[in-house]
Design a protein around this ligand. Structure first.
Ligand code: ADP
Length: 489
């Protein structure tokens, strides 16, 4: 199959969170299975052209694309090695993309022209199959930002020559990001005003809602874990108002658990670590712990666990549950290695606790891939008390690095972490989003940690978990095959 991925993120070049990891690993897994996978990304202003091997494609002409009242000049670039299994194309459009940031500026504020960016990205992507003489079987859009591609496919390419069957898939990585705009935004998208008025595809409570349009309009829709699919189709809290739309898709809305890319996330081969380790020999992990303490200027002895956190500092990730406990646990001798950027008020609150407990709480408000690896490897416990979690990759990485995760029983966390009750389980699971519940889970962890034999068995069970991409890719292949109409080429 010829598969075109449209996404705002792809690791490592443009990664904000799990979406970047997924688009990269899923594309490679599908390519390994024999498919021709091509990814189209915006050419963001912060990318290092030399390092990422980004260069203009001289054989493709510069073009103009209309977004709302503006006409933009665009050019296509290639990214990465010409021999790579997955081809990555980037769209250059200076007024819209030539600035740092994927969704937000350096203050964490969302870009006000996000719809213009999404529209241009989608239009450029849909031009590519014809330019490349590459009939596309599946257009796979990721999250709300990529939904315009599905809408244009429906609206415009129904009349124009369709380069291939171009069946459409929408994968929802986070239902909370819906791209909601005033009804007049339909003009920016260049779609008929009727689409923004009831019962038009884009209309939702009098506004334009991109994700809603994608849910209704894509040939098939999925999200990234079976449990989150269930939660979002059956409850308002998780469905964020779109639960009925999701439920109405019946079998055309499903959950496919993400994989973890063990090519990048394997403590036995990880070059970012001061020492490597395996389930059979965890001596390297002890060294990683020691070095992490040194790197972050922490004192943490061996009496109490060192707790790691890596994640976006937003409400979703449950930092509100961690914050009220930090003073107390630091006073008790726990140490914390926290890495994350996001909402300013959360960053400030974490900075304030770190300042109160130098040597016990370290906070790094940066995006630092290497440090993330070292926290997964060097910590004793991994904190992931998310409010909701579509899939979550961090807990999978923590398991692989012998760092039992402490998670709330929600979304993909419930699908991937089993509570350590007796001789089974891989981590510590709690139900309600309350600091006391997280504290109780941490106390259970502390107790088990003081029993080295039980702890080692727990670590080894986690390290043996295999959330491989091959399985997830096979599930996506099935999804594609289901919607591919037998259209003659
Ligand atoms: P989400 O997609 O909601 O952000 P996931 O758990 O699916 O959550 O994926 C998060 C990914 O982003 C992981 O690879 C994690 O290591 C990475 N990450 C998050 N914040 C940072 C950061 N500040 N520095 C480095 N990596 C980070």
């Amino acid at each position: 199959m010829n598969i075109m991925m449209i996404s705002a993120e792809m690791a490592p070049v443009a990664k904000v969170g799990g979406l970047g990891d997924v688009v990269d690993a899923l594309s490679r897994a599908l390519a390994t299975a024999g498919h021709d996978v091509r990814v189209v990304l915006p050419l963001y202003g912060h990318l290092d052209h030399k390092k990422e091997k980004i260069a203009p494609i001289k054989t493709l002409p510069p073009l103009t694309v209309r977004v709302g009242q503006q006409v933009h000049d665009i050019r296509f670039y290639r990214c990465g090695s010409a021999r790579a299994a997955v081809k990555v194309y980037m769209v250059e459009c200076a007024p819209l993309f030539d600035r740092p940031g994927v969704y937000t500026d350096k203050n964490g504020e969302g870009f006000s022209d996000s719809l213009d960016r999404a529209s241009l990205h989608a239009q450029a992507a849909l031009l590519l199959p014809r330019l490349l003489d590459w009939p596309v079987d599946v257009i796979h859009a990721h999250d709300a930002e990529a939904v315009p591609a599905l809408l244009y496919r429906r609206q415009w390419y129904a009349e124009r020559e369709v380069p291939g069957p171009a069946a459409t898939v929408l994968t929802i990585h986070n239902l909370a990001h819906q791209e909601v705009h005033l009804a007049s935004a339909v003009e920016t998208l260049g779609l008929p005003a009727t689409m923004a008025a009831y019962p038009g595809l884009l209309e939702f409570h009098g506004q334009v809602n991109l994700l809603k349009a994608g849910i209704v309009g894509a040939d098939v829709v999925n999200t990234v874990s079976p449990n989150y699919a269930e939660e979002t189709r059956s409850t308002r809290a998780f469905g964020c108002g779109l639960e009925e739309m999701l439920a109405s898709r019946g079998e055309d809305y499903s959950g496919i658990l993400n994989g973890a890319d063990y090519g990048t996330w394997d403590p036995a081969r990880d070059k970012a670590l001061p020492a490597t380790f395996t389930p059979g020999n965890l001596a390297g992990k002890a060294r990683c712990r020691k070095e992490l303490l040194r790197e972050l200027k922490l004192d943490g002895g061996a009496a109490k666990p060192l707790c790691g956190f890596v994640g976006r500092l937003v409400r979703q990730k449950g930092m509100e549950l961690v914050l009220p406990l930090l003073d107390r646990l630091a006073g008790d001798g726990f140490t914390f290695a926290l890495l994350g950027t996001g909402e300013k008020h959360l960053e400030e609150a974490v900075h304030a606790v770190a300042k109160r407990h130098p040597g016990q709480v370290a906070f790094c408000a940066e995006f630092d891939e290497g440090l993330a690896h070292r926290i997964y490897a060097g910590s004793d416990l991994f904190l992931m008390p998310s409010d909701f979690e579509p899939c979550g990759l961090s807990q999978m990485y923590a398991l692989k690095y012998g760092t039992p995760p402490v998670v709330r029983k929600t979304g993909g966390l419930a699908d991937t972490v089993l509570d350590a009750n007796g001789n089974k389980g891989t981590g510590f699971v709690f139900e309600d989003a309350r600091p006391e519940e997280l504290l109780a889970a941490l106390r259970r962890a502390e107790k088990m940690w003081s029993d080295p034999e039980a702890w080692l068995a727990l670590q080894q069970r986690g390290m043996a978990c295999d959330f491989s991409w091959a399985e997830a890719a096979a599930a996506y292949e099935k999804l594609y095959a289901r919607i591919l109409r037998p259209t003659p080429r």
